[in-house]
Write a protein of this length. Sequence first.
Length: 208
Amino acid sequence: MNLRFEEEAKKERHKKLIIETIRYVIEIILVIVLAWCVVNFALKKVTMIGSSMESTLNSGEEVIVNTFFNHFSAPGRGDVIAFYPEQGTADDSMRADNNILIRRVVGLPGETVRMEDGKVLINGEPIEEDYIFDRNVSAGQAEEDYKLEKDEFFVLSDKRSDLDDSRSASFTKVRRDNIVGSVFLALNPFSFVSGPKVTDKETTEEDK
């Protein structure tokens, strides 16, 4: 009688072990699939091209772009975004990763942008930006009122002396369907992307 009971208990333990093993394997598969989906559909690694975003980002620096929320919400003022050049809508060859540009949003759809003495004016009113940028810079085509359409964004370089942004007629604005996503993480060194990095020398000079 005891032998039969022990045999049944052994079978039960074996059955539980098989079920737990199967559950464990399924969980691992789900984690792998989820990670694959995140990497391929929610995040994108992009390399900064040029010096226009110094000292926030340097040329050749790799960043991570959040592409997931781009499908549900538009970027806000002050966000650093990655996007394809305007030609990308007409020429699919421009939508390659090595053509992706990075700039900071200052003007939102429907707004009127103008620059005076390095200050950004939105609908005629100056805005307070979150970071300190160069003031003695050219306004380019933003010297006069620049009206944005309902799907257009006005972007600027963090290195404001570099006119490779919406101030340039050849660069123009950024259309919503050309935006890849928001830049939020720099890889080397590993840090969140915010604003220009202030050196000790710059801090000392500002204090004076």
